[in-house]
Write a protein that binds this ligand. Structure first.
Ligand SMILES: Nc1ncnc2c1ncn2[C@@H]1O[C@H](COP(=O)(O)OP(=O)(O)OP(=O)(O)O)[C@@H](O)[C@H]1O
Length: 277
């Protein structure tokens, strides 16, 4: 594994593997160490380590089956829901290993939210899609506070103007792109600091994709975003950092410009130039 000097101070050279930490002085929001995942007998991640930069968008790219979604789901323990899964290693968030036995997973997921590939609004009204989780979590009790939260979340997701006159309509009556923004609004309503997005645009047309990409760009001011995408142009457009996964390992992790213009590894170059995958 390659290393580089992160201090610039020749008297105190700290060497950190480049796959873990993309840039000098980058504040780290989540720290993943030696993550191994098995589904039954099949190992999907082989000791992956990575620092996730705060208030940045980090893209996970790589060929089908290389472990991107598995890695993403480990960041808020979504894999716990899969039978026969076994996870080793550490994922640190706010100075705590999220796999420690005392961690409350429901609360954890209110800090680290998730948006899925296919928009999946609840079969409820637009209003209730947003209000449901803050209510269940006891975050908001007064009706007027909830109305404010619903409005604020929909505005943050760039959907307010389109739905403000029909908040009691079913979320499922919206278009695909609107449903995905509703899901983003729902995720941010509980005030997470990290948003995980698993191919959030793959079911959307180019216009809706552009809207969601613009939203991701705006959200990164307040949120740390990790996004799985098959679309290399999308990674190049939205992400400050990109990790290239292959066969359950990270081959290369760096700032997006460097990864796409000067990949260090031959495998990365082959992938981004379309020689395989
Ligand atoms: N629920 C599961 N049960 C068993 N095996 C799984 C499960 N989810 C993923 N896998 C296996 O783990 C490996 C990694 O899958 P994962 O979905 O993480 O890859 P990916 O890079 O996100 O793929 P894609 O780009 O096709 O979505 C694959 O071999 C896959 O078949």
């Amino acid at each position: 594994m390659r290393t580089r000097d992160l201090t610039g101070d020749s008297t105190q050279v700290v060497r950190v593997p480049t796959t873990e930490r993309p840039r000098v002085n980058q504040k780290t929001k989540m720290k993943v160490r030696d993550l191994e995942v098995w589904y039954g007998e099949k190992q999907a991640l082989h000791g992956v380590s990575m620092d996730v930069a705060e208030n940045e968008v980090t893209a996970l790219i790589g060929p089908s089956g290389c472990g991107k979604s598995t890695f993403l789901r480990c960041l808020n323990r979504m894999n716990d829901l899969i039978p026969d899964v076994r996870i080793k290693g550490e994922v640190e968030f706010e100075n705590q290993n999220i796999y420690a036995p005392e961690v409350d997973v429901v609360e954890l997921r209110s800090h680290i939210g998730m948006v899925f590939q296919k928009p999946n609004p609840f079969p409820k009204s637009i209003y209730d899609n947003i209000a449901y989780a803050p209510k269940i979590l006891g975050q908001v009790r007064k009706r007027t506070d909830m109305e404010d939260l619903v409005e604020h979340s929909l505005k943050r997701a760039g959907l307010w103007e389109e739905v403000k006159d029909r908040l009691q309509m079913p979320g499922l009556s919206l278009s695909g792109g609107q449903q995905q923004r509703l899901c983003i609004a729902r995720a941010i309503a509980v005030s997470p600091s990290v948003l995980l997005m698993d191919e959030p645009c793959s079911a959307l047309d180019p216009v809706a994709t552009a809207t969601v990409e613009q939203l991701i760009d705006e959200l990164k001011e307040n949120y740390t975003i990790v996004i799985v995408t098959h679309n290399l142009q999308q990674a190049a457009r939205v992400a400050g950092y990109t990790a290239f996964f292959h066969l359950g390992n990270i081959v290369e992790y760096s700032d997006t410009d460097s990864l796409f213009t000067h990949p260090r590894e031959k495998k990365t170059e082959d992938y981004i130039t379309g020689r395989y995958g």
